[in-house]
Design a protein around this ligand. Sequence first.
Ligand SMILES: *Cc1c(COP(=O)(O)O)cnc(C)c1O
Length: 402
Amino acid sequence: MSLRNGRSFMAIPGPSEVPDRVLQAMHRGTPDIYAGELPDMMAGIARDLRYVAQTDQNLAIYICNGHGTWEAALANTLQSGDKVLVPATGTFGHSWANAAQRMGIETQMLDHGRKAPVDPEAVRRALEADKSHDLKALLVVHVDTSTSVRSDIAALRAVLDDLKHPALLLVDCIASMGCDEFRMDAWGADVAITASQKGLMVPAGLGFVFFSDRAAEWRKSLTQVSGYWDWTDRAAPEFLYQYFFGTAPTHHLYGLRAALDMIREEGIEQVWRRHQTLAQGLWAAVDHWGQAGTIRANIADPAHRSHAVTTVEIGMGNGDRLRAWCQAQTGVTLGIGLGSQTEDDPKASRIFRFGHMGHLNPPMLLGVLGTVEAGLTALDIPHHPGGVTAAAQAIARDLARV
Ligand SMILES: *Cc1c(COP(=O)(O)O)cnc(C)c1O
């Protein structure tokens, strides 16, 4: 028997659930791209995206996914033969480095493993050793979605400033923007990238590259940037097609407008706060379950955990079993153990990930946690029962704080 019925639920770290309001905004005939509402909407969309990134600087929008924004950020700041420093904290750091390598960029890796955030002191040592300033940029993933670790971006800016090292600070915020606190200008990022399908609650297909005035100036020193990736015209468009170097993603823009309205109405700081409170509820459940058996969050210190994704270790084979059970019996999809393969666990079957990003509230989160606890019970996976109560109490405590 299965209880799968009605609306299913994607509890994976992207694509996240799309709100009805966004879906409804997209449900329309093809709009006029020459004049009227759609072109008129663009200035407000750009303004509100900058609000989400907490920047007054530049924005280029692309029709692409997160991988596309990796390439866009690199194409406008680096050229073949340049060297960059990549302090990786999981799969996504390595993947971004790989994208750079394929563009002819040399990558100096600082591998932090899969349990720790970027260590600013390790970055300091690497930059100090770079006396001739061969390192042109730092490629940092704010929240690595595979390990669910969050790194301190402002601390890296402080190191660069302290050493007077000119390298650009490029930050992947694909899993964090609109979920975890991020302040591009205050924290001194030169480039911040994100995509539509995670914290921004819109289907995959839009990529956003925010860049500082300094990065815009730096771009001018490059001898060649391909027309499609060049951010120059996209950031200062006169006509709708210039935003996109071609046809606009019409329906996505209506969806994005609705999502930004939701974020504006709630307020970005409250959006961050909601994610924090719900994350604390989720961790309370995981910690509680873990009082018996082997369940535990991948990142031990809550101060270094993402508020949007949590990677959980649950014992060999159990991650796969739990995901299969939740999917088949309940319609809840949990995330796979991306990049956590080891020699004795070649399929990362001991890992699963909760996505808790974007369109999420207490009934949604508690529903997922209750479903997972039912799965733990049904599958006889060792755990201390009562995780959902622990989550409810943590949420109630946090709400009572203010
Ligand atoms: C999802 C994600 C990506 C890749 O985005 P795609 O849209 O799948 O290309 C890159 N970096 C991080 C941190 C992500 O979470």
